[in-house]
Every structure is written in C-alpha cells, then in structure tokens.
Design a protein around this ligand. Structure first.
Ligand code: ADP
Length: 398
C-alpha cells in the first residue's frame, strides 16, 4: 500500500510517497516559492539521483501536477501509474474545536477546515488548495486530514481558557489550541515504546525545539497542556517569534513607535525571538556559533531560550504532579547537545542526570539520562510524515 503525504504551506508544498507495507519512503520532494517567478521544485526518488527544476509554478495545482508527473516519470519515477497511490494524507494546521483526531475527508470536513480559516489565515487556505488539487488529479482516492491541533483537544478547560471576557470564547472561539500535535503525539508514542511501558502509565514532557518551538505535557497519553496557544506565537521564545510577553507591550510600542497592530504582529512573528535579541540570525546554529565566538547578544538570546524551556518544563511537572520522561525532538532538540545539557542542568532537583557521552550521539532514538536518573531523558527524531501516513492507513482501513 502506497500513501502520499502532502504538506501545503502558503507558498510551498512538501510530499513523501511511503510504501506502508514496510514503512519505507520511496520518494520525497518539495516545491518552494509557489506563485513567484523563481519557483524551485526538487524530487528525490530514494536510491536514485535528485531532480531539480526551476521555473514559475503559478499555484499549488501546478505544483501537484509536477509532483504526479515526477512520481510516474520514466527516469525519476518510482511508480508506473497514479493508480498505485492508494490514499493521501494531508497535514492540516487548524481543526479548531471540530476535530480531536484525524478524519476521512468529505465535503463536511472541507467545510469545517474552511470555517477554521480565520484561525489560521496563512495555512488553512493552502491546505484546502492541496486537498482540491489532489481530488482533481486522483479522483476516487481516499484522503485523510491530520490536524496539528487535534492532539491538544484533550486539554482541560482550565488549561485552554484565557482570562479574558468569556464572550470572546463564545463569539470567536478565542482559546488555546496548541500546534505541533502530530509531532508531540508521535514522539510520545515512541517514548512509551522505548521505555517499554504503556503510555497510559506515563507522564511525559515533549520538547519540540525547531525554528518554531513548543512543549507539551502528555499525561497518560493525552495532551493536558501545551505552550503554543490561540496561534503559534504563544509560549517559548523561538527563531523569530517572541513567545510570551506582557500583552501591554503591544500598545506601549504602538504609541512609542507609531506602529499599527499589523506592524506589531509582523515584528512579534518575524523579527523577534533569538533573531530579535541577537540581531545575528534566527538559525540556532548561527546563534550557537556567534555565542561561542564571544557575541554577547547571541549568548543572551540562547540563555533566554534555554531559560524559557527550562521553566516551562518545571510548570508542566506541576501540571502533571510529576514527570517520568522528558523528550527532545526537532532541529535543535535532536541535534544540539549543548542546549539539551543546559536545559537539563536546571532540572537536577528532579533527580535527573544526563550521560554526556550518550548526549553527544546524533540522529537516533536514544536515552541520554544515566541509568540512575529518576527522570529519563530521551532524544527522538520526529517524523510527522510517517505519523500522517500511519493515521491515513488506519482510517482508510476502517
Ligand atoms: P522547523 O521545521 O520549525 O523549520 P526544524 O525542526 O527543522 O524547524 O529546526 C530548525 C532549527 O534547528 C534551526 O534553527 C537550526 O539551526 C536548528 N538546528 C539544526 N541542527 C542543529 C545543530 N546541530 N545545532 C543547533 N541547532 C540546530
């Protein structure tokens, strides 16, 4: 069984074709700068050379046409005909309060995703384009929606309710939703497997630390709190996002700098985080390098990031009244031994200890805490595409 996983961003489209009989990726690729003159398309058939094409792709439909053509191409293709695609799994950013798990896509599901457009104005429209383009190219093939928000729908009311007039929740659904759900769910499942314990008996803190970063408290297999909120801006300091700040800073800066609300939105989403503090880069590798080279603001940016992760872990230990394991995943979480060590140094009161040699390993699932450590620390490479493909397989099998 072959499942095509599609992840449409506002100007990009990522895909993977996975053979679900053995869970092997057989091709993957990426279309970038869709709608611009200098679009780039790259297709990697596993075991063969990567193919790159430049030239304008007007929209997601054109990009998907190229994906399908490449998949069946005589030279760079991996299947003989599109009939060999048995199902499609779509990553959908926002499912609002409609979905707490993945669903088979029908008209009603598309309507619900449309209703969530105002909650994710950049992402959900692109996700819908991906679905309709696939429906046109693969008529009759079952498709499944896998939502970033779904895993967090188990949060209790006290975790997702903002202390604002309640009418804004009733009128506009202003509440905490959380994101990165597919990743948090995937790594939590892997952690239970690695620890050889039922997930229903575990209290986990999952740290997804990439350019966008969020933590989730996973109690007995369910998300009970997460750092991202109504939008992905809340929570930790990130590559370019400010995370939690005093909300009054917004009106203060509007007055001082004569900025509009939109200007501030751009500043908080695109010019803040470790980029804003350091002035160096949004990329954590650049920040680490600059810090090691003596750049004080880069050192400060990293210190702020680490402090926020550490204190957020502490708050989730309180939310769950304990923790069995802490999971590190995504770009920085999987790769930066120094950041992991710095975060864990603030958690020794939990009886947590890291093994420096194990912490130095890379690219594999590994327990990096010492055998005596009361709290386990595990590095788990995330694989959102595989998680989407598995959900898709499960749902079409029902
Ligand atoms: P996203 O999907 O949110 O774009 P990723 O999960 O790909 O993010 O993570 C990207 C981030 O991970 C970048 O800031 C990058 O610098 C960081 N990263 C990747 N490898 C390393 C490393 N070896 N050391 C430190 N940071 C790293």
């Amino acid at each position: 069984m072959n499942i095509l996983v599609i992840n449409c961003g506002s100007s990009s489209l990522k895909y993977q074709l996975i053979n679900m009989n053995n869970e092997e990726v057989i091709a993957k690729g990426l279309a970038e700068k869709i709608g611009l003159e200098d679009s780039i398309f790259s297709h990697t058939p596993v075991g063969k050379d990567k193919v790159v094409k430049n030239g304008k792709l007007n929209d997601h439909q054109e990009a998907l046409n190229l994906v399908m053509k490449s998949l069946v191409d005589e030279n760079c293709g991996v299947i003989k005909s599109l009939n060999e695609i048995d199902a499609v799994g779509h990553r959908i950013v926002h499912g609002g309060e409609f979905y707490s798990s993945s669903v088979l896509i029908d008209e009603k599901v598309i309507e619900a995703i449309e209703k969530c457009v105002e909650l994710a104005p950049l992402h959900n429209p692109a996700n819908i384009l991906g679905i309709t383009a696939c429906q046109a190219l693969l008529p009759g093939v079952p498709m499944v929606a896998v939502f970033d928000t779904a895993f967090h729908q188990t949060m209790p009311q006290e975790a997702y309710t903002y202390a604002l007039p309640y009418e804004y929740y009733e009128k506009y659904k202003v509440r905490k939703y959380g994101f990165h759900g597919t990743s948090h769910k995937y790594v939590s499942g892997r952690a239970a497997h690695i620890l050889d314990k039922p997930i229903e008996e575990l209290k986990l803190v999952s740290c997804h630390l990439g350019n966008g970063a969020s933590l989730t408290a996973v109690k007995y297999g369910e998300s009970v709190d997460t750092t991202m909120g109504f939008t992905p801006l809340e929570g930790l300091a990130m590559g370019t996002r400010c995370g939690n700040i005093d909300p009054s800073i917004v009106t203060f800066l509007q007055d001082k700098e004569n900025l509009t609300a939109r200007d501030l939105d751009t500043i908080m989403n695109k010019k803040s985080g470790v980029l804003g503090i350091s002035g160096v880069s949004s990329d954590f590798r650049d920040i680490e390098n600059a810090g090691e080279g003596g750049n004080e603001r880069a050192k400060l940016a990293l210190a702020v990031f680490i402090y926020k992760v550490k204190t957020a872990i502490g708050s989730y230990v309180a939310a769950m009244n304990g923790v069995d394991a802490i999971i590190f995943t995504a770009g920085l979480g999987e790769n930066s031994a120094t950041s992991r060590k710095a975060i864990c140094e603030g958690l020794t009161y939990l009886g947590l200890a890291i093994d420096d040699d194990k912490n130095g390993m890379r690219g594999e699932e590994i327990i990096i805490s010492t055998p005596e450590s009361k709290v386990k620390v595990i590095v788990i490479p995330t694989d959102e595409e595989m998680a989407i493909a598995r959900d898709t397989k499960d749902i079409i099998g029902k």
